[in-house]
Design a binder for this molecule. Structure first.
Ligand SMILES: Cc1ncc(COP(=O)(O)O)c(C=O)c1O
Length: 361
């Protein structure tokens, strides 16, 4: 087996090879400063440059309008599920939430600690194998915002069109941020944990419109929970996770060199098609997500004979196809094929599936 396996982890996930190689160099000595990236003052000129470039490259890659702030936030995506209702769900108002899986339902639980939540649509009864249809959706009349999770990492479903709410749209894009172009003008706020497509865990990015940010309370929240402080102080009222910001910046540069989000999207579609085409024609493997809503990032499936799932996972591991077990809540298999996952890995997976099917079918 080669030095690097095909890593199907849902996150922390595979990072682009050039990013890891550059990081190895920069940990030793960055910008010929004689200091490694982990050793720089967060207020020094080298980190100023890292932060400025990370933001500029993020804006360029994402075509993020000038009236949106880009924030680098600590506490992963989960902290965002609290910060959002703390800032944008005032007493007496209601927020609409779509319940499309564990991360969405966790966000609902968190929001209920702070205010009133209306579930606009749910597919819980269907084990989240698809998204709610328009006919199954009911918005509340004057929601403070409408929240949804664009890619449901565990179930392998992904929104291919935005929900048609008239309220400001807030989106957890943790597992499909920058997997394709996004029209940020359609959102009041997007956030994502970094550990799938753009960096290490423990870190999040938020893209938030000035208009929506203006609704956050002034000077009432703890410093680290205050979006306005974060925006005013370049995401560094304290010592930020400098290495995470550095790595995110490197991932944005990698996407730029790849040809931008259109090129990434084409690549992601090509990769996913290899696996879905095989799944669609197999009776041996059963996909979890319904076709119209399935994800470019996380492909979920089971063996028709459930006792074979564990055998598949063990043998895949031995064949260098790592971390392909599904989330413990649904079992089966999950192939996470984020931006940095190579197309050769998708071909290797299909070859492995064919061989497995011919042995056990
Ligand atoms: C869609 C989604 N939202 C939120 C989270 C939670 O992220 P974190 O562990 O960074 O808080 C995850 C983690 O896998 C996720 O996939």
């Amino acid at each position: 087996m080669s030095e690097r396996a095909y890593n199907f982890s849902a996150g922390p996930a595979i990072l682009p090879e050039p990013v890891l190689k550059q990081a190895q160099k920069d940990i030793w000595n960055i910008f010929d400063s004689g200091m490694g990236v982990l050793e720089l003052s967060h207020r020094g000129p080298q980190f100023d440059r890292i932060l400025a470039e990370a933001e500029a490259d993020c804006r360029e890659v994402g075509n993020i309008p000038d009236n949106y702030r880009v924030l680098f936030l600590q506490g992963g995506a989960t902290l965002q599920t609290a910060m959002i209702p703390m800032s944008f769900l005032p007493a007496g108002e209601t927020a609409d939430y779509f319940d499309t899986g564990k991360w969405a339902s966790d966000a609902i639980k968190e929001a209920k600690k702070f205010g009133t939540v209306h579930v606009a649509g749910t597919t819980k009864e269907l084990k989240y194998k698809r998204l709610p249809t328009e006919a199954e959706t009911k918005f509340s009349p004057d929601a403070a915002y409408c929240f949804f999770v664009s890619n449901n990492t565990i179930y392998g479903t992904q929104w291919h069109n935005l929900p048609k709410s008239r309220a400001p749209i807030v989106c957890d894009m943790s597992s499909d941020f920058f997997c394709r172009p996004h029209d940020f003008t359609k959102y009041a706020m997007v956030y994502a944990s970094a550990q799938k497509n753009i960096g290490p865990s423990g870190q999040a990015i938020a893209v938030i419109s000035d208009e929506f940010l203006a609704n956050a309370p002034e000077g009432k929240l703890a410093t680290m929970l205050d979006y306005k402080v974060m925006a005013a102080q370049e995401s560094r009222p304290n010592t930020p996770n400098t290495f995470a910001i550095y790595l995110m910046g490197q991932c944005f540069k990698w996407i730029k060199n790849f040809g931008g989000l259109r090129a990434i999207e084409e690549y992601n579609k090509e990769k996913a098609k290899i696996v879905y085409d095989y799944l669609d024609n197999s009776k041996f493997f059963i996909p979890h997500a319904e076709k119209q809503d399935r994800s470019l990032m996380n492909i979920t499936f089971k063996c028709a004979k459930p006792e074979l799932d564990e055998v598949f996972i063990d043998q895949a591991e031995n064949a260098g196809l790592k971390t392909i077990a599904g989330h413990r809540s649904i079992g089966g298999m999950r192939a996470s094929i984020y931006n940095a996952f190579p197309i050769e890995g998708c071909r290797a997976l299909v070859k492995f599936m064919k061989d497995f099917e011919s042995k056990h079918g």
